[in-house]
Design a protein around this ligand. Structure first.
Ligand code: ZN
Length: 51
């Protein structure tokens, strides 16, 4: 899950500690993924999309 795949209103959650991050503004820079490859981590594990 790269930053430019996240859409406004989506929420990322850490299943370990319960931290939730909500997307308020989308990343609109297609070349941004060069510097943002990989998952966003919390507690050493990738954060997941909250349904
Ligand atoms: Zn965490």
């Amino acid at each position: 899950m790269n930053c430019n795949e996240l859409r406004a209103g989506q929420t990322l959650v850490c299943e370990r500690c319960g931290l939730e991050l909500k997307v308020v503004n989308e990343c609109t820079n297609d070349s941004c993924s060069v510097g943002c490859t990989g998952d966003m981590d919390c507690c050493g594990e990738p954060m997941k999309l909250k349904e």
